[in-house]
Design a protein around this ligand. Structure first.
Ligand SMILES: Nc1nc2c(ncn2[C@@H]2O[C@H](COP(=O)(O)OP(=O)(O)O)[C@@H](O)[C@H]2O)c(=O)[nH]1
Ligand SMILES: [Mg+2]
Length: 232
């Protein structure tokens, strides 16, 4: 069986205090390259990531999805088989990449998601608004596309050819749900596994703020309905 080559893509915006720890804890024997996509950080995120051994790209369009897309475009130039996505805030346990990747490396699944709601969470790590959002999105996706998801978390791995076939396009926080909807629609072999989740280092920019929560909720719901109504 062919050995699969894995790249990690980490979108990051002002994560200078956490990014090196995230990179350090990624099991190096499992991944060929760690790509941090710096999204206009005004702190030392880029320098810290470079020092920790990552490839650092700059995406000037401000948005989570835009940063992920930049990472994908970079990976197209290289022969990766699997892409692992992870946030730069040290909320996830990067060492669990082993469990996330295993079902893909064993060729049993195309897309593996870390579910924070199935896993052990530190108190306060996953705000109630984020949990409610994941539950509602889960119900709607099950209704429209028949696949049960318990979370919209960032920690996930997917076969690269399958990812490219999804033609991902969301530039903001609809990114994770878009991938899940399209993977369900394409009937990919999907597996959710429990992942641990802890309080991030530094300040939350999304679900920890009112503006971030409102924006993310609007984008996530409109993404679901856009695909459900086959507007896309
Ligand atoms: N590329 C990019 N990433 C962002 C942006 N805002 C937040 N992030 C990243 O998205 C991830 C989730 O953001 P975070 O602040 O932890 O939100 P939370 O997990 O909802 O509390 C982190 O890795 C951030 O660095 C942004 O505008 N662009
Ligand atoms: Mg976070």
């Amino acid at each position: 069986m062919k050995l699969m080559k894995t790249a990690v893509i980490i979108p990051a915006y002002n994560e200078q205090d956490s990014i090196a720890k995230v990179i350090d804890y990624i099991p190096k024997e499992l991944v060929s390259e760690i790509i941090v996509v710096n999204n206009n950080s005004t702190d030392n995120t880029a320098e810290a990531a470079k020092k920790a051994g990552a490839t650092v790209l700059l995406e000037t369009f401000q948005g989570y999805g835009a940063a992920c897309l930049k990472g994908i475009n970079y990976c197209k130039e290289k022969n990766f088989d699997v892409i692992l996505f992870l946030d730069g805030d040290y909320s996830d346990y990067p060492e669990e990449a082993k469990e996330i990747l295993a079902p893909i490396l064993n060729n049993e699944y195309d897309f593996v998601l870390g579910s924070r709601r199935m896993g052990k969470r530190e108190k306060g790590a996953l705000p109630i608004q984020s949990q409610i959002g994941s539950i509602i999105a889960g119900i709607l996706i099950k209704l429209f596309w028949g696949v049960k998801y318990t979370d919209l978390g960032p920690f996930r791995a997917i076969k690269f050819d399958k990812l490219l076939a999804l033609n991902m396009e969301d530039k903001w926080y609809g990114w994770t749900v878009e991938m899940q909807i399209k993977a369900a629609r394409e009937k990919y072999r999907i597996k959710e596994i429990p992942v641990k989740y802890r309080n991030r280092i530094g300040k939350s920019k999304v679900t920890g703020t009112i503006k971030g929560t409102v924006m993310a909720s609007i984008i996530i719901l409109s993404t679901i309905f856009k695909y459900a109504l086959k507007l896309k």
